[in-house]
Design a protein around this ligand. Structure first.
Ligand code: NAD
Length: 240
């Protein structure tokens, strides 16, 4: 048995798949989330808001590894909520990790943090953050990522890495494919924007999960991924 580890946002689309991937690899898994979306005898649920340190501490005590994949949905576009959860809440997660002696933290960031409305092909991790983020979600994902990576380079830890997937698809996807299907059913997909040759990254959810777990297992003092980001595209190439 490996762990214990905590998946913050483990009731969500990606988080639930991550929980399943961790269980397959013999981790002891806890979920911290506002809600409980499934039942599994092997998983302990802690219900709470990640902005509340005491609630987090109850879940993180004794854990060595934390995955932070909770966020309000991008569609909400609620500035105050994004700032409260993605920036202030992530600071609280980092503080709770320090107080509980958590060694490793893996953040689910987003590829949108480098998107400025212009095409990007074959981006590496060196592409700078968007100066004009496209929405409040992205603005706070940038701030969140900076907080987490900065914490990873400080002495009192935890060691950190941020993963930047773009569109995630797979079973139980509540947003991406259902929204496309609904639009198609309403006849709203009969337009071509641009020259029709635009490309966009989509990653199958199990590959995103694998990327997170491999990153967590590689994260140790002196590891080249410490305090760094990963664009996900390498995982896709490696594991397609
Ligand atoms: P989701 O909405 O399905 O899951 C998010 C989970 O976070 C939910 O279960 C929700 O209850 C929980 N949550 C939200 N606010 C919380 C709070 N204050 N305290 C505790 N729990 C809270 O989202 P998802 O699609 O699984 O996305 C997971 C992560 O991946 C997010 O950080 C998102 O930014 C990132 N991401 C997703 C995609 C995608 O295509 N789905 C792409 C890029 C990045």
């Amino acid at each position: 048995m490996k762990g214990p580890c905590v998946v913050i946002g483990g009731s969500g689309f990606l988080g639930h798949h991550l929980v399943e991937g961790l269980l397959l690899r013999d981790y002891v898994v806890r979920v911290f989330d506002l809600r409980q979306s499934f039942h599994d005898d092997r998983v302990t649920f802690f219900l709470g808001d990640l902005c509340e340190k005491q609630a987090l501490i109850a879940a993180l005590t004794g854990a060595t590894l934390v995955f932070h994949c909770a966020s309000p949905p991008p569609s909400s576009n609620d500035r105050n909520l994004f700032y409260r959860v993605n920036l202030l809440g992530t600071r609280t997660v980092l503080q709770a990790c320090r107080e509980c002696g958590v060694q490793n933290l893996v953040l689910t960031s987003s590829a949108s943090v480098i998107y400025e409305g212009k095409d990007i092909r074959n981006a590496s991790e060196d592409v700078p953050y968007a100066r004009t983020p496209m929405d409040y979600y992205t603005e706070t994902k940038i701030l969140q990522e900076k907080e987490v990576l900065h914490a990873g380079s400080s002495k009192d830890g935890p060691l950190t890495v941020a993963i930047r997937p773009h569109g995630i698809f797979g079973p139980r996807d509540p947003q991406l494919v259902p929204v496309l299907v609904r639009a198609a059913q309403k006849g709203q997909m009969k337009f071509i924007i641009g020259d029709g040759k635009n490309v966009v990254d989509f990653t199958y959810v199990d590959n995103v999960v694998l990327g997170h777990i491999l990153a967590a297992e590689t994260l140790e003092e002196g590891s080249p991924i410490c305090g760094k980001i990963d664009m996900m595209i390498h995982w896709c190439q490696l594991h397609a």
